[in-house]
Design a protein around this ligand. Structure first.
Ligand SMILES: [Zn+2]
Length: 119
């Protein structure tokens, strides 16, 4: 994990993604690795598993120990984690509003204004 962009930003994105799916249906390591890969992120288990246990230590996820030792440990969101996710959703919406995809040239207010002045 030497990529500074990963360290400074993407780790946070992945944690939000984990909280989201932990709230929806619960996650386990292999599933989450595949889900993040589907979104274009190739994480190693050595990156993901410490993330999951750190989030559990912070009280945002609760791990369910598998009945059989070979089964996966499932992480579900806790009430504290749901509270964090709620806060992050508000921050995300705010950030998305400010820095999200730029409108195309034609639909920018300035472009619209100059167009309407011409007509
Ligand atoms: Zn997802």
């Amino acid at each position: 994990m030497s990529d500074p962009v990963v360290r400074e930003f993407l780790l946070g994105f992945w944690k939000i993604h984990i909280l989201h799916h932990a709230e929806e249906q619960g996650v386990y390591g292999q599933w989450m690795l595949e889900e993040l890969q589907r979104h274009g992120y190739r994480l190693s288990p050595g990156t993901l598993y410490p993330l999951l246990s750190r989030m559990a230590r912070r009280g945002w996820l609760r791990a369910t120990e598998p009945k059989r030792s070979r089964d996966a440990r499932v992480y579900r969101i806790t009430p504290a984690g749901a509270e964090v996710l709620k806060r992050l959703r508000a921050s995300l919406a705010e950030l998305q509003h400010e820095v999200g995809p730029r409108p195309s040239r034609a639909s920018r207010p300035s472009a619209r204004m100059s167009k309407s002045r011409r007509s």
